[in-house]
Ligand binder design. Sequence first.
Ligand code: FAD
Length: 452
Amino acid sequence: MSYDYDLFVIGAGSGGLASSKRAASYGAKVAIAEHDLVGGTCVIRGCVPKKLMVYASQFSYLYQYAQGYGWEVGDKKPRPKFNWNKLITAVDTEVKRLSQLHISFLEKAGVELISGYAKFIDAHTLEVGDRKITADKILIAVGGEAVKPDIPGIEHSITSREMFLLPEQPKRFAVWGGGYIGVEFANILKGLGSEVTQIIRRDLILHGFDEDIRSNIQAGMVNHGINFLTQKVIEKIEKTEAGLQIFLNGDDTEPLTVDALLCATGRQPNLAGLMLENAGVEVNGKGAIQVTPDSRTNQPNIFAVGDCTDRMNLTPVAIAEGRAFADTEFGHQPRFITHENIATAVFSNPEGATVGLTETQAREKFGDNIKCYTARFRPMFHSFTGSEEKVFIKLVVEINTDRVLGAHMVGKDAAELIQGIAIAVNMGATKKDFDNTMGIHPTSGEEFVTLR
Ligand SMILES: Cc1cc2nc3c(=O)[nH]c(=O)nc-3n(C[C@H](O)[C@H](O)[C@H](O)COP(=O)(O)OP(=O)(O)OC[C@H]3O[C@@H](n4cnc5c(N)ncnc54)[C@H](O)[C@@H]3O)c2cc1C
């Protein structure tokens, strides 16, 4: 049987773009469908615009810290003043430029871009707009979307998608949820000058990260003036002239009044409307596409990568899964990626980053055969700034083998540092290997090779 395409990819985000170009490089005839801007969550409404806003939010602290180093801000105008509209416009322009760049990369790779929403008709046929398209193999790379709890007034809250489009900076801003997306936006808005409250249902943010990372980041955020309401859930939201009124569980006090509420309580795969049932593709109990380690669904010609499989929802993971799929199916190089030792960061203030096992995970796996090495210190940068901010670093080591199972850090440039350390952890470096490495002086990173 002949098909229109060797491969049809649904979704031009991180996973879809990487796999379509890789498959085309092996000579496959490939098309990709996208119903929104090409680039997906990461480029359009995730990692990229967020990181640009993180950079914007850091200047307020730098202006403040500069004074300790002899820089005089002075009383005369112009004094540093933040312009929300200018930032949002610049971010939007950059996102659109990157989207165009990705379109040109597809053209260069010989991948046909089809604009529109794709739906399954059967296991080899899709409908995009008024076109019916057949393909030998189909890759689902539709990503995920934020979901909001079903409570009265929830329509007055926004998700991370709308954060990049707010016409005005909310003076009073609340975040619901303690995951990394909520934490990052709380810090961004605080740095830009908003009054920020973060509402979490546990005592600490960042469930799943090492306990020391969680407590050190949260302490740093409190230090910057972010107000935490812990062990709380929102029961109801009302829109009034004074702002959004947020009613919390077990609270008989006044509701919290804010100008904007970011609902960052969770995300789920983008499967509604895809008509997976027409192709007989199975979904697991978490509402994600069920796949094998090499990204196969239960249908032999249909595959899925990225957030829609809910394995590890990060851009480099979606890209790696997509490339492994293309190498296996079109490049005759069968391989799959493991989801171990994947470094990740929280672009908060202070920043956090991690690779490998947390202390809790290591103890579950290795019992008492674990030793943790930690250091908490004032970085040299803060010698004159007056800031109380500390750097925290931690190595989790298996005693018998001396292998470093996990490395964790809170502090300036933690993500940049842990990226390098991730290579060592991935290669199975021992604590002795760390100790035998000469430090770069004076840096925060040298502490990783001098831990006692
Ligand atoms: C606010 C935020 C910040 C983030 N920050 C980071 C970060 O700093 N680092 C990091 O590694 N990860 C980050 N992520 C996660 C990262 O963005 C995702 O893991 C990554 O984009 C997943 O790639 P994907 O290809 O699976 O899906 P996506 O990038 O979401 O792409 C899916 C694409 O499919 C399209 N689509 C969906 N259904 C259809 C259909 N039926 N037909 C046609 N097109 C369709 C969508 O429009 C979308 O463009 C962040 C996410 C968010 C929300």
